[in-house]
Write a protein that binds this ligand. Structure first.
Ligand SMILES: *Cc1c(COP(=O)(O)O)cnc(C)c1O
Ligand SMILES: [Zn+2]
Length: 368
């Protein structure tokens, strides 16, 4: 099967085994691909590869995977609201980004690429570095100086070369693009294969809920790779007749970096002056901004803004129930509080627990 990239801006079609990372017009690319899951043909395998039928790869090479995914969906309770926590912090490198990196790096390997560049605030660096280690691909990671050092240590441990870049997140992306002139820019914010990997989380949730989806889905959003993956999976399941409605996608951001809400209300995008404890969602200019806003609006969802005090409260409540997540993930929990009065008793809520707390122990130390 051959797949094509399609540019949502100018309509250009490019075969998906071309090593490009964006369109000539400057836009990100999407995949022209709408697979239909046949539930009667699901394998025994309880991992994200259970849904290989709907993944845009020619052949799946088990040597490149960790049999990752099918993470638990566990009842929790916050402010009297029963929720289901999706424990994606239990993925091999400690965050949901493994789902995206698994697909993206698999595709790089399939194309014969032996060196890549990625820019990351932390967890995508770890994910990409882990999969590159598995695939024998050299990884160059551009990271903003000042993020959790545990994440850069982890990425380096997998064998990645880390380039620490001062200045803004955009300076970091620009440095990566410069560095990519000699290899391939495997940019999780642009790469649509990444989204087809992250979409597996919603297939799992749907199956875990008896082939239905929740009424609300709360997730922290930076560049949108999880939210847009979830949206993609929902579109596919809707199209396949597996589900008949979408959950309200609740995109959670910090008050210190809230481009989604600003843009959706027609306000100019501000420049963050200080960083939230939720470092994983500090993306001032998400590449797929418009796409994220359209997805949230189409589902009747919302843009929820939380501050660091609310995040810390949510973090403590999560720890007290035994869930050691990182502050960025607790942003999604914090958003539930604002909605506690709106969620009706018969409505179901899933909160995506995106990243492992062990990577953020340096920040957590002062809270406990
Ligand atoms: C990256 C990340 C997010 C946000 O994901 P995006 O794809 O950037 O929207 C949320 N939580 C954690 C722990 C992350 O690492
Ligand atoms: Zn284009």
């Amino acid at each position: 099967m051959l797949f094509n990239y399609i540019c949502p801006e100018c309509g250009k079609v490019i075969p998906a085994d071309t090593p490009v990372w964006r369109c000539e017009c400057g836009s990100y690319l999407d995949l022209d691909y709408m697979p239909v899951l046949d539930r009667s043909r699901l394998p025994e395998e309880k991992s994200m590869w259970r849904y290989s039928q709907v993944l845009p790869l020619e052949n799946i090479n088990p040597a490149l995977s960790f049999r990752e995914g099918y993470t638990p969906l566990v009842p929790m309770e916050f402010w009297g609201v029963p929720v289901l926590g999706k424990l994606d912090y239990l993925m091999p490198s400690g965050s949901f980004k493994d789902r995206g990196a698994a697909l993206m790096i698999h595709k790089c390997h399939e194309m014969g690429i032996n060196e890549i560049v990625e820019d990351s605030s932390g967890n995508s660096a770890c994910a990409v570095a882990a999969y590159c280690a598995r695939a024998g691909i050299r990884a160059n990671i551009y990271m903003p100086a000042g993020n959790s050092s545990a994440k850069s240590i982890q990425a380096r441990a997998y064998g990645a070369t880390i380039h620490l870049i001062g200045g803004s997140r955009t300076d970091c992306a620009n440095a990566a693009i410069e560095g990519a002139k000699k290899s391939y820019y495997a940019a999780h914010a642009y790469n649509p294969f990444f989204l087809h990997g992250t979409k597996t989380v919603i297939y799992e949730i749907a199956e875990q809920m008896g082939w239905s989806v929740p009424d609300y889905y709360f997730t922290p959003v930076g560049s949108g790779s999880q939210l847009l993956g979830v949206y993609l999976g929902l579109k596919e399941m809707l199209n396949a007749g597996i589900i008949d409605k979408m959950p309200k996608l609740m995109a959670v951001q910090s008050n210190l970096c809230a481009p989604l809400k600003e843009f959706s209300e027609g306000r100019p995008l501000s420049t963050p002056v200080s960083q939230s404890i939720a470092e994983g969602i500090a993306i001032a200019r998400p590449v797929r901004l418009k796409q994220i806003i359209e997805a949230v609006k189409e589902t009747g969802g919302d843009f929820v803004i939380v501050d660091d005090t609310e995040i810390v409260e949510a973090l403590r409540l999560s720890f007290a129930q035994g869930f050691y997540i990182e502050p960025t993930s607790a942003a999604a929990v914090a958003a539930v509080k604002q909605y506690a009065g709106k969620i009706r008793q018969n409505e179901s809520v899933v909160v995506s627990l995106t990243g492992h707390g062990l990577k953020a122990s340096a920040k957590i130390e002062s809270l406990v």
